[in-house]
Design a protein around this ligand. Structure first.
Ligand code: PLP
Length: 455
């Protein structure tokens, strides 16, 4: 075989036409999502009060391994997919490593991240159901941006509750969302009951994803023809994101590339879950599979230091209960810049896979070492990565350096989930040597754990 190209693209014909539902293959299904009122498993009907009907169905689907991607969604995908699988020749050279490093780059669309993969699916099902509007939350702004693009395309109204910390640090994110026609409200806000309550209790809070979710859900259930959509954590989102891993595997197989190590950053678990699932199917079937690593921020160490327990998905405790790794729904992480990773919980699917040892390892890394890796990556590979994605870069670099020490020629694939153009304040702070690390103490984590309901 001739030299592997820098970028491996698939043709339009090679694009997957179905998503893969890893849940259908799991040895142990994740514990059911519970109605917080009755403590009984939620039904499709109950979920349909919050989510679109088809998405509620997907959320509870344990049977179908593959689900057709609607033509309309495929058409949208074709505008920016397939995303390239890139050989990081220049980074390899810089690290002087015998390892082969590849990244699946999801940042080449305007929203700058993988989130568009699920946004367009969710907006499509909302439109198909005859809804007129959607509400959502956004942390760092990537999900809100992706969803505003999708809502503009399908002609839906959109209200975005944006974590206040991010809204202040990233004014241009707001402008992008408004360009696509969305209404952006910094959270917590006085536009909802739950927002007013949180503001009363913690007037100086910089907000959290959990809190923004509470506000968006409240507006969705009190506004006619409106539903709530979520950009991570949920099974339906992991399902849509499976396109990342399916494409990766097709592209890799074309060139006889088999990853020994697969790495992704984990906030709510959707980009990692999506990248991993096409390979996880082999692991679950007892076949050869990569070593899977989830990377999270040391400031929000859900998998590495959290509890595996039923918890609320939001601060306001209005959402159903999910059994997952959690720091407690009241946990508000320090204002680190990787906003997309500031979530107290983790996808129930990923949590279960981790608990059962199929997701091999979770690693927590500090933000300054992530920015160091991000800058190194930008200067060698040319792409300015999102701070979230930098977590994956950091661990890919570490693994490649280990290969150098040991003289091992491993193949590493990591998810480059997005670009960091809206995070320049954080990069500036890093360059100015002003960025600090924050690792919560056991006592601080205990505070969060106290809020986990005793079932
Ligand atoms: C939102 C986001 C993440 C984290 O979310 P996951 O659901 O864990 O994927 C990671 N990277 C980028 C670029 C994001 O926008």
């Amino acid at each position: 075989m001739s030299r592997i190209p820098y970028k491996i693209y698939l043709s339009e014909e090679e694009l997957p036409r179905q998503w893969y539902n890893v849940r259908a293959d799991m040895k142990t299904d994740h514990a059911p999502i519970l109605n917080p009122g009755t403590l009984k498993p939620v039904t499709e009907e109950e979920l349909s009060g919050i989510f679109c009907e088809e998405l509620a169905r997907q959320e509870l689907n344990t049977k179908d391994r593959f689900i057709d991607i609607p033509e309309e969604v495929q058409d949208f995908y074709k505008m920016y997919r397939p995303s390239p699988l890139v050989r990081a020749y220049c980074l390899e050279k810089e690290l002087d490593t015998p390892a082969h490093i590849y990244y699946k780059f999801e940042g080449s669309n305007t929203s700058g991240s993988h989130k568009l993969n699920s946004a367009v699916a969710q907006a499509y099902y909302a439109k198909k159901q005859g809804l007129t509007g959607l509400t959502t939350e956004t942390g760092a702004g990537q999900w809100g941006t992706a969803l505003s693009m999708a809502c503009a395309y399908f002609g839906l109204d959109l209200k975005v509750y944006m974590v206040k910390n991010s809204a202040e640090k990233k004014p241009y994110r707001k402008a992008v969302m408004e360009t696509y026609g969305a209404q952006v409200i910094p959270s917590p806000s006085d536009t909802t009951e739950v927002g007013r309550k949180i503001l009363q209790e913690m007037p100086d809070t910089t907000g959290s994803l959990g809190c923004a979710i509470s506000e968006a859900v409240e507006v969705a259930v009190t506004t006619p023809n409106t539903r709530y959509v979520l950009g991570s954590v949920l099974n339906q989102v992991l399902l849509h994101q499976s396109i990342i891993g399916l494409e990766t595997k097709i592209a890799a197989e074309k060139y006889d590339i088999f990853p020994d190590i697969l790495i992704g950053c984990a906030g709510g678990g959707s980009n990692l879950g999506g990248l991993m699932s096409a390979y996880m199917t082999d692991r679950l079937a007892g076949k050869k599979s990569p070593y899977f690593i989830a990377v999270e921020p040391a400031s929000c160490p859900t998998l590495t230091r959290g509890k595996f327990a039923y918890d609320f998905c939001d601060t306001g405790k209005v959402t159903p209960l999910a059994k997952m790794y959690t720091l407690g729904s009241g946990f508000i992480p320090s204002g680190i810049h990787a906003g997309g990773l500031r979530y107290h919980g983790m996808s129930p699917i990923l949590s279960q896979l981790y608990h059962d040892g199929f997701l091999d390892e979770a690693r927590a890394v500090k933000q300054t070492e992530c920015f160091e890796a991000a800058v190194r990556f930008a200067r060698t590979e040319g792409i300015l990565p999102a701070p979230e994605s930098s977590h994956a870069i950091k661990v890919a670099v570490d693994e490649a350096l280990k290969c150098r020490e040991r003289g091992e020629k491993k193949t590493i694939i990591f998810g480059l989930s997005g670009t960091g153009y809206f995070d320049m304040m954080a990069f500036q702070e890093y360059i100015n040597d002003e960025l600090v690390d924050y690792v919560p103490s056991d006592e601080e984590l205990e505070q969060g754990f106290k809020g986990i309901p005793q079932l």
